[in-house]
Write a protein that binds this ligand. Structure first.
Ligand code: FAD
Length: 477
C-alpha cells in the first residue's frame, strides 16, 4: 500500500528540508526522503551541509582558531597560558554534538510542520496518471512506496575524486575524512585551493600540521575580486603559514600504508612530495546515483546536473530540482532559497531568487566574503564603475578584537551610483557582507550606504568608510 503526498522531496539537506517545511507551511501534505547515515549508521538529516560540510567545518575552524589564539594572541592581552594542549578527540566530540543537535532540530521541525520524515534511498519509478511513483529502499529492502503530485529533487553533490585515486578516508581524504581525522598529521597535502581546501588546510595547520596546498590554476581564488584574493594569498601564506603552490601540474600519486607520494610539476621543475594524509578538494559533482533519472527520462546535462529552467522546473511535469544537483553556485543558502521558491511556485505564487545577489564566504582567518560583481567582471563587461576602499587597520573595534587586518572594497556604477559589488577580507566579514546583500537587493546607491548611521565602534564602520571613499569623501582614509 503506497503513501500519498502532494509533495515528495528527495534529499534532506539545506535545499530539501527547507523546501519540505515551506511546502507543509503552504498546506501541502509533504514527505522528505533522505538516505544519509552517519558513521554510527544512524539517519541524520541536514545533508552534506550539516553532516560533513558547512557546520562541522566551522566548528573545527573555531576550535583551531582558539588553540592558535592561546599560543599567539593571548600574551598580548597579558594572559599567559602554560602547556596548552590540543585534544583532537574532544574537539571532534564537540563538532559531532553540534551536528546531532541540529539534525535533531530538523527532525523536530518536520514533526512540528507535519512533514513525513522517511529514511532511505528514493528512486523515481514511473508516472501513473497525474502521480509520480517513488520507491524507498533502506538496507537493500523496499521500505516504502510513495505517490506524489509534485517531486522536488534535492539530492546534492558528492566530492569529485582524482582518477585512479579513490578516497579511502584513512590516507586519501574527502571532506568527510578531513573533518574526522583522529590525530593531527605531521605532513598534510591538499589538492585544490578552493574554499574547502583552504578551510580544511587552515584547521589542521593551526593545530600543528605542515600543510601544502597544490592548485592547478595559476590564479588564486579566480572567482574572487583579485585585489582581495591577492591580500588573502599573502595573509594565508605568511600569517596562517599555508604553503600554497599555484599552477601545479599533478602527476603520479602513489599511496602506501603510511602516506602518499605526490609527483607534480611546478614552473617546469619536477617535485616529489611525501604526505602522511592527502585531502582531495577538487570540486564536487552532482549526485543523481540511485535517483532513477533513466526510469522517467529526467534530463541531465553532460556534467550530470539535472537540467532546470529559471524556476527550477525540470523537463518532467511537476518535477523540480534545487541546490547542488542543479546549475549555479554550490552553496547551502542558494539551495534553501531555491527550495522556498519552488514550494511557493507549486502553491501558485511568483517567487524569485536573485542569482546576482548571492553572498560567498570563505571562513579562513581572516575571512573572505563578497557579493555582486568583481572589478575584473566589470572591466570585462565594459561597465564604468567607481570604487571605494577602506581598511580594518585603524578600526577601533578591530584593534580591540586583535584582528585589525583586511580591506573592504565597494564598487558602484559610475553613472547611477548603484552598488554593483562589495568585496572584503577581514574579521567577521561573513557577517558584514550581508550589508552589501541587503543594499544590493534594495538597489541602493553607494550614497545611501554612506548616509546610513553605523554604530561606533563596530567593524561595519569599515563598510561605511568604503562607501564614503567611493565618493572621495572618506573621513578616516
Ligand atoms: P546536500 O546537502 O548534499 O543534501 C543532499 C541529501 O540528499 C543528502 O543527505 C543525501 O544523502 C541525500 N540523497 C541523495 N540522493 C538521495 C536519494 N536518491 N534518496 C534520498 N536521499 C538522497 N556551503 C555554504 O553555503 N557555506 C559553507 O560554509 C559551506 N561549507 C562547506 C564545507 C564543506 C567541507 C563542504 C563539503 C561543503 C560546504 N558547503 C558550504 C556547500 C554546501 O554543503 C552545499 O552547497 C549544500 O549542502 C547543498 O545542499 P543540497 O540540499 O543541495 O544538498
Amino acid at each position: 500500500m503506497s503513501q500519498q503526498f502532494d509533495v515528495v522531496v528527495i534529499g534532506g539537506g539545506p535545499g530539501g528540508y527547507v523546501a519540505a517545511i515551506r511546502a507543509a507551511q503552504l498546506g501541502f501534505s509533504t514527505a522528505c526522503v533522505d538516505a544519509y547515515k552517519n558513521p554510527e549508521g544512524k539517519a541524520s538529516l541536514g545533508g552534506t551541509c550539516l553532516n560533513v560540510g558547512c557546520i562541522p567545518s566551522k566548528a573545527l575552524l573555531q576550535s583551531s582558531e582558539n588553540f592558535h589564539a592561546i599560543q599567539h594572541d593571548f600574551a598580548k592581552h597579558g594572559i599567559s597560558v602554560d602547556g596548552a594542549k590540543m585534544d583532537v578527540a574532544t574537539m571532534l566530540d564537540r563538532k559531532n554534538g553540534i551536528i546531532t543537535k541540529n539534525a535533531g532540530g530538523i527532525a523536530f521541525l518536520f514533526k512540528k510542520n507535519k512533514v513525513a520524515n522517511i529514511h532511505g534511498l528514493a528512486t523515481l519509478k514511473s508516472r501513473q496518471g497525474e502521480k509520480w511513483i517513488i520507491e524507498v529502499v533502506d538496507n537493500g529492502a523496499v521500505v516504502d512506496t510513495l505517490e506524489a503530485g509534485h517531486v522536488i529533487i534535492a539530492t546534492g553533490s558528492n566530492p569529485r575524486q582524482l582518477p585512479g585515486l579513490p578516497t579511502d578516508n584513512q590516507i586519501v581524504l574527502d571532506n568527510a575524512g578531513a573533518l574526522a581525522l583522529a590525530d593531527v598529521p605531521a605532513r598534510l597535502g591538499v589538492i585544490g585551493a578552493g574554499v574547502i581546501g583552504l578551510e580544511m588546510g587552515s584547521v589542521w595547520k593551526r593545530l600543528g600540521a605542515d600543510v601544502t596546498i597544490l592548485e592547478a590554476m595559476p590564479t588564486f581564488l579566480a572567482a574572487a575580486d583579485q585585489q582581495i584574493a591577492k591580500e588573502a594569498f599573502k595573509s594565508l601564506t605568511k600569517d596562517t603559514g599555508l604553503d600554497i603552490k599555484l599552477g601545479v601540474k599533478i602527476g603520479e600519486i602513489s599511496k602506501g600504508a603510511n602516506g602518499v607520494t605526490v609527483n607534480y610539476e611546478l614552473n617546469g621543475e619536477a617535485v616529489k612530495a611525501e604526505f602522511d594524509k592527502l585531502i582531495v578538494a577538487i570540486g564536487r559533482v552532482p549526485n543523481t546515483g540511485g535517483l532513477g533519472a533513466d526510469n522517467v527520462n529526467l534530463q541531465l546535462d553532460e556534467r550530470g546536473f539535472v537540467v532546470v529552467d529559471d524556476h527550477c522546473h525540470t523537463n518532467l511535469p511537476n518535477v523540480w530540482a534545487i541546490g547542488d544537483v542543479v546549475r549555479g553556485p554550490m552553496l547551502a543558502h542558494k539551495a534553501s532559497e531555491e527550495g522556498v521558491a519552488v514550494a511557493e511556485r507549486i502553491a501558485g505564487q511568483k517567487p524569485h531568487v536573485d542569482f546576482g545577489v548571492i553572498p560567498w564566504v570563505i571562513y579562513t582567518s581572516p575571512e573572505i566574503a563578497w557579493v555582486g560583481k568583481t572589478e575584473e567582471q566589470l572591466k570585462a563587461e565594459g561597465i564604468e564603475y567607481k570604487k571605494g576602499t577602506s581598511g580594518f587597520a585603524a578600526n577601533g573595534r578591530a584593534l580591540g578584537l586583535g584582528h585589525a587586518q583586511g580591506t573592504v572594497k565597494l564598487l558602484a556604477c559610475a553613472k547611477t551610483d548603484r552598488i554593483l559589488g562589495l568585496h572584503m577580507i577581514g574579521p567577521m566579514v561573513s557577517e558584514l557582507v550581508t550589508e552589501g546583500v541587503v543594499s544590493m537587493e534594495f538597489k541602493a546607491a553607494s550614497e545611501d550606504l554612506a548616509r546610513i548611521v553605523h554604530a561606533h565602534p563596530s567593524l561595519s564602520e569599515v563598510v561605511h568608510e568604503a562607501a564614503l571613499a567611493a565618493d572621495k569623501r572618506a573621513l578616516h582614509g
